[in-house]
Design a protein around this ligand. Sequence first.
Ligand code: NAD
Ligand code: UDX
Length: 469
Amino acid sequence: MPAVSKVCCIGAGYVGGPTCAVIALKCPHVQVTIVDLNQDRIDAWNSPDYKLPIYEPGLKDVVRQARGRNLFFSTNIDQAIQDADLIFVSVNTPTKKSGVGAGFAADLKYVESATRRIAKVATSNKIVVEKSTVPCRTAESMRTILEANSRPNCRFDILSNPEFLAEGTAISDLFNPDRVLIGSLQTPDGIAASNALRDIYANWVPTDRVLTVGLWSSELSKLAANAMLAQRISSINALSAICEATGANIDEVAHAIGYDSRIGPKFLRASVGFGGSCFQKDILNLVYLSRSLHLPEVADYWEQVVIMNEYQKRRFTKTVVDTLFNTITGKHIAVLGFAFKADTGDTRESPAITLVKDFLQEKALVNIYDPQVEREQIWADLAEAMPSVPSSDIQKQVHITSSALECCRNAEAVVIATEWREFREIDWELVYAGMNKPAFVFDGRLLVDAQKLRGIGFQVTVIGRGERL
Ligand code: NAD
Ligand code: UDX
């Protein structure tokens, strides 16, 4: 099989954009075209002043170096498909909202339409790579669609190459991945296609970190990795509830158990709950797969990870209400952070959305500040979370501010929902001076120095810490 010289990526989102921009940077001899149906998104990727559609540390530099050289963003999907030797399918695979499997199964309509497009317009052989996270055996459906709709003498080899980057650290994860996983059919053609993709990564990834496996193992490994990562967070969050009830300290517990080399220290940070577009969606996908395979005990086991996460968010709201003398009606709550984690502007499944919704239902007045999330996004998320409440009513109760200090002014309580470093560094004495007393801080991210804040005069409640002084 000849070496790949032209790559197309269908889907210019959080994964397709950074992943293929890094491929372009590291492989100057390969032409990379990232395409999308969304004209606004493509315009933003092409914006002269690099106002890219997503915020990701280091991304601008990568795009600045490669764009116009061997990296292109376009809405001309058909042309890019025709030109390419290798096509990444990196479209969204959200949880289905209605119909069979609603609330659990992945909605594969975008994967299917991208696949049909490839079949329709391709005039030469292509390697088609599943980059999107998909249920096990999706590659088989893609093959069926491609083979049933293609022109004669057009061959398609299908690979699975799931993406493991985390938002906020996408560029460093892509520069230095723990591993790259490539799944293929174990046929001579499948292995040749897998080698062609491996050769692209070989431009910067050490060969021992490129793992080649069977197609179905690769697809399942992606769901498995996210399920196990999320399971660790739900486990530590379940323990945080025990800490709060007993006086134990979740940081000390995490530290002690993380020292066991079999457990390891990472991903044991108790929080108000995990968010992001992947964990919940991929676990629910795994739950659905397990139920479809008549494995109800397996399904229940994984579903508990999501149930525990919902419990953690509810538990946090209850702590806030209980601590504020059992009512927050008419009280001002300052919510610091709206993104699902620090260093991203992404709010998908952010725990902050659930918290704000809960506070609004308790009739509180909520101020929100996030350094990266656009105001329109916050309004859209709240409208989606409360479809039966008119937007004008939401806007009466919510005020979006331009700084953390402004957010906290005249509030009764501050809730830390995202672990932005700037929240640790704000002038807490000034915050205290501007708040109504008693002034409360609820740290849902183990971010602030609770003792220091207590010294200033705050009443501080920290997730996973029993003591409330
Ligand atoms: P996204 O919503 O940010 O981007 C997907 C893009 O695909 C959108 O811009 C959409 O307009 C475009 N699109 C949809 N159908 C199309 C079509 N037929 N033709 C052209 N463009 C089309 O999604 P994302 O976060 O980049 O996720 C993509 C996939 O990667 C998902 O399966 C997700 O589970 C997986 N994933 C995401 C992450 C993450 O951190 N976001 C990490 C690993 C894997
Ligand atoms: C995740 C996986 O890490 C990544 O490999 C996969 O490709 C996509 O899904 P992402 O969702 O971007 O990445 O971020 P991640 O760092 O995993 O955090 C997910 C959520 O868990 C965030 O809300 C984060 O705040 C929370 N989290 C993470 C914790 O609450 N505690 C931790 O110890 C780690």
